[in-house]
Design a protein around this ligand. Structure first.
Ligand code: NAD
Length: 478
């Protein structure tokens, strides 16, 4: 257990009646977490609403400084937070540290953006009148987050909200409430009022989702998770016309053209496909490889994938941890088995791994077709499914043949092709000759059924701000 572990999450524990949080690598109980009933969450929301006006009335510099203090504390507790993250979600410790740095970067970035919520003075349409546009905080916000990035999803939503002068109430995933609780404790230590950022774990997500979406006080709902749940929340939020930010599922194509630097493409595929054991919304779900270079690409990729170390993420040097639960494992098995019986070829892996009950062996399949379930659904596991293509038009057609539009990747050394394909891909994010694209300085988000709105970057603040137009008349002549 991390040394400071009890202190960071003590406020959220309930040993007698709490919700069990299990280590996916071992199945062991890590902690029992207090859950909130609908009535209790209603009180938390009302307390947030009562506190947020004072928070918004503080200077932007004051809020910026509290966020900066929170950032400093997160970095100071880097090791403890990374260990909590690995314990509850299973990712290797090195990846948890990288996630921690990513999570912290949003707090740092929005501590800076807090002071840049500029309005406008618009040239007027008539003399004696002035037009002023200000940016006002949206109000009290609610968020629901997934288990696969249990630290970063909390900060990517709460830091811009707090910077803008909003309050935020978050229900984390049932699987990973501890990272969220630890971040909440550090925010309180940084002087952020307790009512302004609240974590409310629950084992009844449907009840909390409905409460958030229909509550008259909540003005905005931010969700990261599956497209199915996102659609449900959007429909529910319609009843009270809430603003919504939806970061939903993906089906990322990872395209390797014949003119690509194959070494770089293999390197990128290792990150885009196998990071977090494939459990990432921006994970490469389909590897589209031009037929002429498929042999070389697959050979090099297989060497790398076969050498991956699979095991408990707390152990030194592990690269592939467990899947989050048995249901996830069964889905990966089902999609892989169906692809194999539908005509795909197993190059390596292809079954459970003996490191523990929830581990799956890193796998490569070739001969996958776009009409197979494995190419249509999110795999969310360490399985690379390789689809061959003939030319650029073919690659673009296959890549866009999905209702999703989150991340996409392609490798080429041809500048003209880079420009054309970048424009043709119907995705919110395109990585050219890169396997990792998340950063706090760029807008993260999807198109089509992958979502609405953007997180991070200067646009991330606007999600928590409303424009207010004021017309000042009667200014006359002096
Ligand atoms: P999920 O949709 O099952 O759960 C996400 C959250 O929603 C959890 O907190 C869960 O408790 C809650 N939830 C579940 N059912 C609900 C309901 N009926 N009403 C309200 N809330 C409900 O997704 P998951 O398995 O935790 O996460 C994986 C999914 O998240 C994948 O589809 C992945 O692509 C997506 N994801 C997207 C992004 C992004 O930024 N676009 C980032 C990470 C994960």
């Amino acid at each position: 257990m991390p040394q400071d572990y009890p202190a960071l999450i003590a406020h959220g524990l309930d040993d007698a009646h709490g919700m069990a949080v299990l280590n996916p690598a071992t199945g062991e109980l890590i902690a029992s977490v207090k859950t909130y009933s609908g009535g209790e969450i209603d009180q938390v929301i009302r307390a947030a609403e009562a506190a947020r006006k004072d928070w918004a009335a503080e200077t932007a510099k004051f809020r910026a400084n509290r966020l900066r203090d929170w950032f400093d504390l997160i970095i100071e507790h880097r090791e403890q937070l990374a260990e909590i993250c690995t314990l509850e979600c299973g990712k290797p410790l090195a990846e948890a540290r990288a996630e921690l740095d990513y999570a912290a970067s949003f707090v740092e970035w929005f501590s800076e953006e807090a002071r840049r919520a500029y309005g406008e003075v618009v040239p007027s349409f008539a003399s004696g009148k002035a037009i002023v546009v200000t940016k006002e905080p949206v109000g009290t916000c609610a968020a629901i987050t997934p288990w696969n990035f249990p630290l970063a999803m909390i900060t990517r939503k709460s830091a811009p909200a707090l910077a803008a002068g909003c309050a935020m109430v978050i229900k984390p995933s049932e699987a990973t409430p501890l990272s969220a609780l630890a971040l909440e404790a550090l925010a309180a230590r940084a002087g952020i009022p307790a009512a302004i950022l609240r974590i409310v774990p629950s084992d009844d997500p449907a009840e909390v989702g409905k409460l958030f979406c229909t509550h008259p006080v909540i003005r905005k709902i931010s969700f990261t998770g599956s497209t199915a749940v996102g659609k449900l929340l959007l429909a529910q939020a319609g009843s009270t016309v809430k603003k919504a930010c939806m970061e939903l599922g993906g089906n990322a194509p990872f395209i390797v053209f014949e003119d690509a630097d194959i070494d770089a493409a293999v390197e990128g595929a290792m990150i885009a496909k196998y990071r977090n054991a494939g459990q990432a919304c921006i994970g490469a779900n389909r590897l589209l490889v031009q037929r002429t270079v498929q042999g070389r690409f697959v050979k090099q990729l297989t060497e790398r994938v076969s050498a991956l170390k699979v095991g408990n993420g707390m152990e030194q040097g592990m690269q592939i941890g467990p899947l989050i639960n048995d249901k996830a494992l069964q889905k990966v098995e089902m999609l892989t088995d169906a692809a194999l019986s539908g005509g795909a070829t197993r190059v390596c892996g292809g079954g459970r791994h003996n490191a523990g009950a929830q581990f799956y062996t890193p796998t490569i399949l070739t001969g996958v077709r776009q009409d197979m379930a494995i190419a249509q659904q999110e795999i969310f596991g360490p399985v690379a499914s390789i689809i061959p293509f003939d030319d650029e038009a073919d690659a673009i057609r296959i890549a866009n043949d999905t209702p999703y539009g989150l991340a996409s990747y392609f490798y080429t050394t041809d500048l003209g092709r880079a420009w054309r394909v970048m424009g043709a891909l119907e995705y919110g994010m395109v990585a050219v000759n890169e396997g990792l694209l998340g950063t706090e300085v760029a807008p993260f988000g999807g198109v089509k059924e992958s979502g609405l709105g953007r997180e991070g970057s200067r646009h991330g603040m606007d999600e928590y701000l409303e424009l207010k137009y004021a017309l000042l008349g009667g200014l006359g002549a002096g």
